[in-house]
Design a protein around this ligand. Structure first.
Ligand code: NAP
Length: 262
């Protein structure tokens, strides 16, 4: 299926690894030029080389920087001739007990998982509307729909973003100009983030990593973890020309782990 986005420009944040990288790869396969960001330059350059090899016809630009800072966002935006597609992503906040968190802890989580995507949306959607095409995909979490006890910072910050986006996506000045904003909610995907979270939980519980990893794998209806390429394919579809009538939605990718009918 040709998604109809060949030649568009995408800014894919936090994309040297994991889910962001999966999204960048899927877009590059569709002929989309990308700007990818991450803090660490080494992994970023290695990913850029992989993406160029996937599709030598596209431009792949890299911006090393922290997307949760104003400077990091300005550099990412400056590297993209025009943002037709925006994939919002950043690292997830740490697990823990809310009794240990102070205002600074909360502000860091809100900056990364709520305010940074909102700032990037603010910088890009009006231009998208003027050009008559725009796709924003926010990588949030299954925790928005079913909170994880130990991830209160993520539950709170991402739900704040989701509430804001629910209102914005429905504004006629965006929706009627073919600008859509949707959220992808990952359940457990086999990435560095899931492995480090699992290691932290295993350590707290005095359990071995392998045993907990296996337990988590088997607890999913598919008896496996998701793959970044599957996640990327869903993202590319949301960015396609076929989704102009789909906005303000929350799409769970969790192997069926969420037990509700809807
Ligand atoms: P990952 O494999 O650890 O990759 C994270 C990527 O983001 C890396 O490229 C990292 O590079 C970059 N990054 C992190 N913080 C950044 C920042 N401040 N500025 C720029 N780049 C940054 O993580 P993932 O599993 O793909 O997770 C992506 C998001 O989905 C996270 O918010 C995570 O909490 C959420 N999520 C993941 C899962 C899952 O099962 N994997 C489930 C639910 C939600 P640098 O470190 O070099 O910056």
């Amino acid at each position: 299926m040709d998604l109809g986005i060949n030649g568009k420009w995408a800014l894919v944040c936090a994309a040297s690894k994991g889910l962001g990288k999966g999204c960048a790869a899927a877009l590059v396969r569709e002929g989309v030029h990308v700007v990818i960001t991450a803090r660490g330059d080494e992994a970023l350059q290695a990913t850029a080389a992989e993406l160029r090899a996937l599709n030598p016809a596209v431009q792949v630009r890299t911006v090393a920087g922290d997307i949760t800072t104003a400077e990091g966002r300005a550099a990412a935006l400056a590297a993209c001739p025009q943002v037709d597609i925006l994939v919002n992503n950043a690292g997830g906040p740490p697990a823990g007990d809310f009794r240990e968190w102070n205002r600074d802890t909360w502000i860091a989580a809100l900056d990364a998982n709520m305010l940074t995507p909102i700032e990037l949306i603010k910088a890009t959607v009006d231009g998208m509307a003027e050009r008559g095409f725009g796709r924003v995909v926010n990588i949030t979490s299954a925790a928005v729909k079913a909170p994880y006890e130990a991830l209160g910072l993520s539950n709170g910050a991402r739900t704040g973003l989701t509430g804001f986006v629910a209102g914005l996506a429905r504004q006629s000045r965006l929706a009627s100009r073919n600008v859509t904003i949707n959220n992808l909610l990952p359940g457990p995907f086999d990435t560095d983030r899931l492995r480090s979270n699992t290691a932290a939980v295993a350590q707290r519980a005095g359990q071995g990593f392998d045993a907990l990893w296996e337990q988590r794998r088997l607890s999913n209806p598919t008896q496996r973890f998701g793959r970044a390429d599957e996640f990327g394919a869903a993202c590319a579809f949301l960015c396609s020309v076929y989704t102009g009538y789909m906005t303000g939605q929350n799409l769970m990718l969790d192997g069926g782990a969420y037990p509700g009918t809807f």
